[in-house]
Design a protein. Structure first.
Length: 396
């Protein structure tokens, strides 16, 4: 009897709730906000030798410009900023803002300092930022542009091979915190990207290698033929031989552009561009960024490819192709011997791809291809498997 009464009371409550909803719908006007699934936004990427001369033309294509801010780090500004300011000042009010060089300066503090100068210069929504420099500059300036007055335009002018292949294309902008790299940021696409390979002439060889790893990474996940091309032409690429260098950059950037078009906000397929990065970011964190990003990703590729081998996704021959290619640019597994394997795993726990307290890794299943289930390309890997892969490379 008690149960019947209880069931009856619950049924009455359900009907009361339903009637209240009907009354509420009559009292309120419902307005739906429908956003397009994908924006129709596109932007040009100019690649060439000496193409910096086309910057003024690019600026003319982005729409109304009230003033231009060239934002750069102090080292790059010494090399290139004065000439750019002089040239652009003939057409637009142009100002230069600089900040200290180095990964540690991609910070909230420096972002705030840049914004303070922008306020003093009375920058408005028609101000155009030009990010002149490497990845640190591109990330910091891009994020500043994304948030200033809820978003102003930015043209990326990368001056390193790493930034040409990595940060300048795709709209990922961010700053670092004590909790990890690129933890706070936004997706903010540039109005244009200008890649002049003449900028690379001023770089030491280690910076060329630092960038080349990003090309190798995308070829390992998307294009077997270009893995072979890199292997066969590595000396010419490092020597900055124009034709092969432009070919490598063009192919890598074209592949990245395709991935970004398919998955701008990194919900699935774009995570494939993070091959080597779960371990790589961990190495950057535990070394306090003493290791260059590209090198860290290279060591990460060794570990994550070894995980794929241990899981049976690639064979030993495929793994050896990867190890031999990276050895050509002095990225070798012995580097890992200086680290405690557990420290690397602990640092990996803070990666942005992770969920449900599981470490997720991009896993290749062949040269030029990766494990892909419904465009999901990052998969949970047990910590003991990661430790096994690291220890294997360390010879332990």
């Amino acid at each position: 009897m008690i149960k019947l009464i209880s069931d009856w009371i619950n049924q009455v409550k359900s009907w009361v709730y339903f009637l209240n909803l009907l009354v509420l719908q009559k009292m309120l006007n419902q307005i739906n906000v429908r956003l397009p699934a994908q924006s129709a936004y596109s932007y040009p990427i100019v690649l060439g030798n000496g193409c910096i001369t086309q910057l003024n033309e690019l600026i003319g294509r982005v729409g109304k410009v009230s003033k231009i801010l060239i934002i750069s780090d102090e080292e790059v500004a010494k090399l290139y900023a004065d000439k750019l300011v002089q040239d652009l000042s003939l057409s637009y009010p142009t100002h230069l803002i600089t900040f200290p060089s180095g990964e540690k300066n991609k910070s909230a503090e420096n972002k705030a300092k840049i914004e303070e100068q922008m306020f003093k210069l009375q920058c408005d929504r028609h101000t155009l930022c030009i990010a002149l420099g490497g990845g640190v500059v591109g990330d910091l300036v891009g994020f500043t542009a994304a948030t200033y007055m809820r978003g102003i335009r930015v043209i990326q002018v990368p001056t390193t091979l790493l930034s040409m292949l990595d940060s300048s294309v795709g709209g990922k902008t961010a700053i670092n915190t004590s909790y990890g790299k690129n933890i706070i940021g936004a997706f903010w696409q540039p109005s244009a990207v200008l890649m002049d390979i003449n900028f690379l002439q001023s770089l030491p060889q280690e910076q060329i290698i630092n960038g080349l790893v990003e090309a190798i990474k995308i070829f390992l996940t998307f294009d077997k033929a270009y893995v072979e091309k890199c292997t066969n032409n590595i000396e010419n690429i490092i020597a900055l031989e124009h034709d092969v260098l432009i070919d490598i950059i063009n192919r890598a950037v074209s592949l990245k552009a395709y991935v970004v078009e398919v998955d701008e906000k990194e919900q699935n397929l774009r995570m494939g561009l993070n091959f080597g990065h779960t371990v790589g970011h961990a190495l950057e964190k535990i070394t306090n960024f003493a290791v260059l990003h590209g090198y860290a990703v290279g060591y990460g590729i060794l570990v994550e490819a070894k995980i794929a081998e241990l899981l049976g996704l690639i064979n030993q021959e495929d793994y050896q192709v990867i190890e031999n290619l990276l050895a050509k640019i002095n990225i070798v597994k012995d580097y890992l011997k200086q680290f405690n394997s557990q420290d690397i795993v602990v640092a990996m726990r803070g990666d942005k791809k992770n969920s449900n307290q599981e470490i997720k890794v991009v896993l290749i299943n062949g040269i030029g291809t990766m494990k892909n289930i419904g465009n999901q390309v990052a998969f949970p890997v047990a910590e003991n498997m990661i430790l096994q892969a690291i220890d294997c490379l360390k010879g332990e």
